[in-house]
Design a protein. Structure first.
Ligand code: BES
Ligand code: MN
Ligand code: ZN
Length: 489
């Protein structure tokens, strides 16, 4: 879909659809009043009859005998809250996508969103419309949904200098769609090798991006005993995928994102129960969000140095798999007693973190991982869990979360929790027992990031929607990550 600036008025539009913003009580914008007048009070009548209630997210298509279709976009009450605005644009985008219209015109004049400017609204608008196009039918043999996208162009009434806002929102939407696709792909397709190939494909899109992929031999050489203790249980070879995006000044220390890429998590010998286990294909969503962020960064062509690292492996039970009680040595020399093979994410991440610190001397590191069921229980699907002892980094990530409306909530990471990881036989255990599971997982990672500007995002609850018809990746936290990096420029 193309997003184009326009100076047209809704009443003169000769295209296929106009999007009419409406509030549920009283005051309509000058734009929608003008449309109402042009249609001899037709819209006012719909509102009076309560045929259209204009609650936030309500949306309806009205075919017209003459002229473009109307797409009514409910905003709820004034003043418009950010959450209602996002519901509204998503609702309208969905209606447009379901229609046969190939283009539409939207005018947000007169809509003020609490606490945000017009640039923000334009970015969210483009992100929502781009996102509405996402569908996953790669694996349907003859899909009815397999038709090409009908929506080609969204014309947006805004000043001449606003194209960059639309481009930003669109780039985020595309990064999210890519992240969702990688997540939704079946685990027999989206293997560690597949993710490595995807990284190589991304590198062909930009001169600024180069990839380095470490195979198991190389990781053996580097002493990544912790990572390899997970990957060796599977016939799929593990990969450490490094994507270096050098858009900034030569020599400037890069910001690094490290993603957990367990392409399927059976639990290993500490096998998970069968019900719903298919959803453990989403255990690579941290990795997918790093790849999606790289794609967005390429499109935005931002002048910063950043590196995306993906620790990709499959966690399987087998004759080669780790057993509870095994002790392995991580790249930094720490010995780890594996008390539960289902706590595998931290085992691959710790070596990725050591490697990142040694190789890149990063300005900051953020890891993103579907790490613990405990985080999902604590925060549900609303917030990602944020752990860091660095107040500045916490503030930056929470600010990015706030602007992008990609919610995150800070959870504790005090030193007092560290002793829960004590092991009788090794330097540390890979689990901390029943209590504070999301925090002890973060504590484990903190042992490998001492002295670094580091934060951990647990996206176990936010990376995908579970079960039934809703099942699917969300594309989060790409908006948060992109806004975090963009603020560095
Ligand atoms: N990938 C899971 C965490 C997870 C579970 C994410 C459910 C989303 C939904 C992770 O590898 C895991 O199995 N964690 C264990 C850790 C435990 C053994 C200490 C967990 O959370 O149960
Ligand atoms: Mn696990
Ligand atoms: Zn896992």
């Amino acid at each position: 879909m193309q997003f184009k600036l326009s100076q047209a008025s809704l009443n003169d539009y000769s295209g296929q659809a106009i999007i009419v913003p409406l509030t549920s009580k009283g005051d309509q914008t000058a734009v929608s009043q003008a449309v109402d007048k042009n249609l001899n009070g037709f819209i006012g009548q719909l509102l009076n009859n309560k045929d259209f209630k204009a609650k936030a997210g309500d949306s309806q298509l009205i075919p017209m005998a003459n002229g473009p279709r109307l797409i009514l976009m409910g905003l709820g009450e004034l003043p418009v809250t950010p959450g209602d605005f996002i519901k509204a644009v998503n609702g309208a985008a969905k209606t447009l996508k379901a229609s046969a219209a190939s283009d539409a015109l939207v005018d947000l004049a007169g809509i003020e969103v609490q606490g945000h400017d017009q640039d923000w609204a334009l970015r969210q608008l483009a992100q929502a419309f781009q996102n509405s196009l996402y569908h996953f039918d790669e694996c349907k043999s003859k899909s009815e949904d397999n038709k090409p996208d009908t929506v080609q162009t969204l014309n947006v009434v805004a000043g001449n200098d606003k194209q960059s806002q639309l481009d930003f929102g669109q780039a985020v939407g595309k990064g999210m769609a890519y992240t969702k696709k990688l997540g939704d792909l079946p685990p027999n397709v989206a293997t560690p090798a597949y993710l490595a190939d995807e990284a190589d494909k991304l590198a062909t899109l930009s001169d600024k991006l180069t990839t380095h992929i470490l195979d198991e031999d190389k990781m053996e050489e580097l002493g990544m005993g912790s990572f390899l203790s997970v990957s060796k249980g599977s016939i799929e070879p593990g990969k450490m995928i490094c994507m270096e995006y050098m858009g900034g000044k030569k020599g400037d220390a890069p910001h690094v994102l490290v993603g957990k890429g367990i392409t399927f998590d059976t639990g290993g010998i500490s096998l998970k129960p069968g019900a719903g286990m298919d959803e453990m294909k989403y255990d690579m969503c941290g990795a997918a969000s790093v790849l999606g962020t790289v794609l967005t960064m390429i499109q935005l062509d931002l002048p910063i140095n950043f590196v995306g690292v993906v620790a990709a492996a499959e966690n399987m039970p087998s004759g080669h798999a780790s057993k509870p009680g095994d002790i392995v040595t991580a790249m930094n020399g720490t010995t780890i007693e594996i008390l539960n093979t289902d706590a595998e994410g931290r085992l691959v991440l710790c070596d990725a973190l050591t490697y990142t610190i040694d190789t890149y001397k990063p300005a900051s590191i953020v890891d993103i991982a579907t790490l613990t069921g405990a985080c999902l229980m604590a925060l549900g699907g609303v917030n990602s869990g944020l752990f860091t002892q660095d107040e500045d980094l916490a503030a930056e990530l929470l600010a990015a979360s706030e602007t992008s409306r990609d919610a995150a909530w800070r959870l504790p990471l005090q030193d007092e929790y560290q002793e829960l990881l004590d092991s009788n036989f090794a330097d540390i255990a890979n689990i901390g027992g029943r209590l504070a599971g999301a925090t002890t997982a973060a504590c484990f990672l903190s042992r490998f990031t001492k002295g670094q500007k580091w934060a951990h995002l647990d996206i176990a609850g936010t990376a995908w929607n579970s079960g039934g018809k809703n099942k699917g990746a969300t594309g989060r936290p790409v908006p948060l990550l992109v806004n975090y990096l963009a603020a560095k420029v």
